[in-house]
Ligand binder design. Structure first.
Ligand code: BEZ
Length: 393
């Protein structure tokens, strides 16, 4: 009798143990797909930028068998329209309704700032593949917010010494009046005025207006040595064409951060030829990663990549570093963020590391527009780190 009970007990115990083991292994083997929320502009002046970021991200995933951290990837994409007024609702939808594991976005600094608030409050990982808002890796830096692009300060700061070396002493600036434009101008002004340059006037127009005529007339009457601008996407192409049509390209040299000419040279129809810009990427950079990346992108999309595609590709690379460190278990957030913070990314732009504030420490290149390419002239700032003013992490 005793023996029977013992046998039964052993049977129950071992069945239970088997069941628990089976449950455990089922959990370990099938954690489901990683949900990637792409919140990017797919319409409006920054539509091409959002598409290039998406292409770059998906290219890296495709190169890795459609997986990140060993898990299949599901994409949920939202067109943010570069509209800050819709940003909180869009981000909340991805986090609360769709329960994404990561928010990837966006292009527009104002939209990104609203997204980051949602990410911080919901403790969702956010990877910024473009928006340069200095605050994201400055006073608003956070353990769960990473960026694979730049701060608005970085590429513009690198232009000051370049223009001073060319002998330009007085400059007029022009940009859209929102965080990206204003911070880009601040970055440029910092190094330009430190080196003895003078900014005669800072002109702005509302985003995304492209009625430039009145500003071009004012620039002509101010007669600066040179002009420095921040524009990107469709608006950038229109600005450069208008600058040339007004004849200003013959009398007042135009300079900018590289967003002016990245992905826009074809639309400029030759008006951008010879423009000098500073950015963390150049088309013909000679490194094996860039060669492979460009060939893969051209094959997959029948297009040439630009800086936005690189940033999207690197967003996927950075996420893979985090997920690989936790074998795909995205709930192990601290471990994942530690790996991402310490990552050294083998990027088409050249390798970069993450700053303490989670922003790339990277080379900034001086490039010259030639045909449809932004060709490398020289490295204008080596391993440039954003000062991350106000980051308390
Ligand atoms: C921004 O809003 O941060 C931005 C948009 C386009 C290019 C670069 C920066």
């Amino acid at each position: 009798m005793h023996k029977k009970i013992g046998t039964l007990a052993t049977l129950v115990a071992s069945t239970l143990a088997l069941g628990i083991a089976a449950m455990g292994s089922a959990h370990a083997q099938a954690p489901g797909k990683i949900k990637v929320g792409l919140m990017l502009p797919y319409t409006g002046t920054y539509a091409a930028l959002g598409n290039a970021i998406t292409n770059g991200f998906k290219q890296y995933v495709a190169e890795n068998g459609g997986k990140l951290g060993g898990r299949e990837v599901e994409y949920i994409a939202v067109d943010d329209e570069s509209d800050p007024a819709k940003a909180t609702e869009n981000a909340n939808r991805l986090v609360k309704r769709d329960q994404v594991d990561v928010l990837v976005g966006t292009v527009h600094s104002g939209v990104a700032l609203a997204m980051a608030k949602v990410a911080r409050e919901s403790k969702t990982l956010m990877i910024v593949p473009n928006a340069g808002a200095d605050e994201l890796t400055g006073p608003l830096c956070a353990p769960n917010v990473f960026r694979t692009s730049f701060t608005n300060w970085q590429p513009s700061y690198a232009m000051g010494p370049v223009m001073l070396k060319k002998g330009h002493k007085s400059v007029v600036t022009l940009t859209w009046k929102y965080a990206a434009g204003q911070q880009a101008i601040e970055g440029f002004k910092e190094s330009f005025t430190q080196g003895g340059g003078k900014v005669l006037k800072e002109l702005t127009l509302p985003f995304p207006n492209t009625e430039f005529q009145a500003y071009l007339t004012e620039i002509a009457s101010l007669k600066p040595d040179a002009v420095f601008v921040f524009f990107a996407g469709g608006g950038a192409a229109k600005f450069v064409k208008d600058y040339a049509a007004a004849g200003l390209n013959k009398t007042i040299p135009l300079y900018a951060s590289g967003f002016l000419t990245d992905g826009t040279l074809e639309a400029m129809g030759g008006a951008g030829e010879g423009l000098l810009t500073t950015l963390h990427y150049a088309d013909g950079l000679k490194n094996p990663k860039n060669d492979a990346f460009r060939a893969g992108y051209a094959k997959a999309y029948k297009l040439q990549p630009d800086v936005y595609a690189v940033q999207g590709y690197d967003a996927a690379q950075l996420y893979a570093v985090g997920l690989n460190a936790v074998k795909g278990d995205a709930t192990k957030k601290d471990e994942m963020y530690k790996a991402m913070g310490g990552a050294r990314i083998d990027s088409p732009r050249g390798a970069f590391s993450m700053s303490r504030a989670h922003n790339p420490v990277q080379d900034i290149y001086l490039r010259k527009a030639a045909g449809r390419e932004n060709v490398l002239v020289e490295t204008s700032a080596k391993a440039l780190a954003d000062p991350a003013r106000g980051c308390k992490m």
